[in-house]
Design a binder for this molecule. Structure first.
Ligand code: SF4
Length: 180
């Protein structure tokens, strides 16, 4: 692996890592190092990160965000599949602000000590019409279910589902509220 570029901001620094074992990939991973460890607010962070996976004491939590896999360690975040420096700067800034916000509100947040994603890809697929109509621009309902699982798009992009009141109302609330 070779370091590309990065930046030092107040409270954190980051660099982009090119993965040379995947020569066909034009994307990078981010290593984001925090000046102060955050393990003490993991349970509150878990409470505020929709769809994250967290088991207290494991020392890491993971969340999917718009197709990026984000692993949060006590002093470092790793973020996959980044297109370049602008995207890296935006996502690092956003997560640092999120962490600061959780720390500021720590005493008012009910901690969560174990959390898993609500639904698997197959479970999401079972909620779809499964007609492979293509209205969501995905090549199949399975591909669309995977995108929803990775939080790359909202389930409301499946128009046949969103327009069917009975099926829409039966969806789990967290899935309905998940933004694109
Ligand atoms: S719009 Fe819905 S039914 Fe059509 S392919 Fe996409 S997920 Fe499947």
């Amino acid at each position: 692996m070779s370091d590309l570029r990065g930046a030092t901001e107040q409270g954190y620094s980051y660099c982009l890592i090119n993965i040379e074992c995947l020569p066909s990939s034009s994307n990078y991973n981010i290593l984001m190092d925090l000046d102060e460890p955050i393990e003490d607010v993991f349970p509150q962070l878990a409470a505020c990160l929709p769809g994250c996976t967290y088991i207290h004491g494991a020392g890491v939590m993971q969340v999917m965000d718009a197709g990026h896999i984000i692993a949060i360690h006590p002093s470092r975040l790793t973020i996959t599949d980044i297109g370049g420096l602008d995207e890296a700067a935006e996502i690092c800034r956003r997560y640092y602000r999120k962490i600061c916000d959780v720390r500021e509100r720590k005493d008012s947040i009910t901690p969560v000590y174990e959390k898993r994603p609500l639904l698997s890809v197959i479970e999401i697929l079972k909620l779809l019409p499964r007609t492979n109509c293509g209205a969501c621009d995905a090549p199949s309902c399975m591909a669309f279910a995977a995108k929803v699982f990775r939080r790359e798009c909202a389930i409301s992009k499946c128009a046949p589902l969103a327009e069917d009141e009975e099926f829409w109302n039966a969806l789990p609330e967290e899935l309905k509220n998940q933004g694109a």
